[in-house]
Design a binder for this molecule. Structure first.
Ligand code: GLA
Length: 389
């Protein structure tokens, strides 16, 4: 919904008067998958698909919440936020409110209307967008009434804590960080061990990024996400003693082949191998972006996907079919799954002048392979969390 229609809708629900807009982005991860919780580098970018909150203080001690995407509503009593663990809708918001209030933010009563254009279940981080927009709003309202304020990194950290501690999903920091710190035209090279980051201009020459949703819903809670995390922790348990590393991502490919490899076995070895080589691919992908080597960048996307398919085993039939359809369609230099996997979306690097044909052919092949359509998004790399004036 555009900003004016959202304000209009807000007034229909809550009455006339001033309305403010707070927004945060969905994200695509270009490369560095299943690396954030291993303390390595990732390269996500914020999208112009976003969550926007229309908001107005209401002078009460309650958040009244509605959304443009569901008829469900929720009311949160700010004096008893610990109670709301199992709402039909509004858990992410309740989680952020709870975590930030516990940390000393001054939450004020407000009427809120949520509009999220990040498709749910697409693997493009609709939940992070909701959390980060909420945390940004809490910080802004708290700060201007003389209370505590958070910077964009802290906003990402609170949002992740809400998801981990309140919603029970043990995700890493990547999604919330990209949603908060994103910058138009740039990817973010984030060191997940230290939260140091650099913007990397997305100079893609005669290419562009195409995002496609496999329309196989993915669910991190139901999926094997936690199992993969545990396998990586098990690998780290073995290697930290032997090699003196604090994070699995510190192991280089050379050390892996020379000394780590023989200490691990079975699936745990495969998972660790993915992590080690994926970290290396992130560094090479950043160099490829700097030198404008799109052929190499595309090749690294493909290699990342194969590793997620064969070693990390988080792709599945749909994501494999969609990336394979993409790779064999006009203008494609590389294609991979993005996000947690087991469904969700893919990211492809495609020659600008071939995008139309690419989308048509990839779509046809995918439908022939799985029996239903993929959705292609016309979206661009955008800013993260902000107030919209
Ligand atoms: C999900 C999680 C992230 C990250 C990715 C995989 O999106 O929320 O923290 O682990 O999966 O890279």
């Amino acid at each position: 919904m555009d900003d004016n229609s959202l304000k209009q809708k807000f007034r229909e629900i809550y009455g006339d008067g001033e309305v403010r807009l707070f927004a945060a982005a969905g994200r695509v991860n270009l490369i560095g998958e299943h690396i954030d919780y291993c303390g390595g580098p990732v390269l996500p970018a914020a999208l112009d698909l976003r969550c926007t909150i229309a908001a107005r203080k209401n002078g009460s001690n309650k958040w009244r919440m509605a959304a443009t995407t569901t008829p469900l509503t929720a009311e949160l009593d700010l004096n008893g936020l610990g109670e709301y663990k199992d709402l039909k809708w509004g858990n992410y918001q309740a989680g952020v409110a709870y975590v930030m209030q516990s940390d000393g933010f001054d939450l004020c009563g407000a009427d809120l209307l949520y509009d999220c254009t990040v498709p749910f279940g697409s693997g493009l981080s609709s939940s992070a967008a909701i959390e980060v927009a909420t945390a940004f709003m809490v910080s802004a309202l708290s700060g201007e009434s003389g209370g505590k304020k958070a910077d964009l990194t802290e906003i990402a950290v609170y949002s992740r804590r809400a998801e981990n501690e309140y919603c029970g999903v043990s995700c890493g920091i990547m999604d919330q960080f990209a949603s908060s710190r994103g910058k138009a035209g740039n990817a973010i090279l984030l060191d997940c061990a230290t939260l140091d980051f650099k913007y990397v201009p997305l100079k893609l020459g005669d290419c562009e990024i195409v995002i496609a949703n496999s329309n196989k819903p993915h669910s991190l809670v139901l999926s094997k996400y936690n199992e993969r995390r545990a396998e990586c922790e098990s690998a780290l348990g073995t290697l930290s003693k032997a090699l003196g590393v604090k994070h699995l991502a510190e192991v280089t490919p050379e050390t892996f082949e020379k000394s780590a490899e023989k200490l691990l076995s079975g699936k745990v070895k495969d998972r660790a191998r993915h992590v080690v080589y994926e970290c290396d691919r992130v560094k090479r992908a950043v160099d490829a972006l700097k030198t404008g080597d799109m052929v190499l960048f595309g090749k690294l996307l493909n290699e990342s996907h194969y590793s997620l398919r064969d070693l990390y085993e988080v792709t599945g039939r749909e994501l494999d079919a969609l990336t394979e359809s993409a790779r064999t369609s006009p203008g494609c230099l590389g294609s991979r799954m993005t996000g947690g996997g087991f469904g969700g979306s893919t990211v492809s690097l495609v020659k600008k002048d071939k995008v139309k044909e690419f989308i048509r052919e990839t779509g046809e092949k995918y439908r022939a392979a799985v029996g239903y359509d993929a959705t292609f998004y016309a979206t661009s790399v955008s800013d993260g969390a902000r107030e919209i004036f």
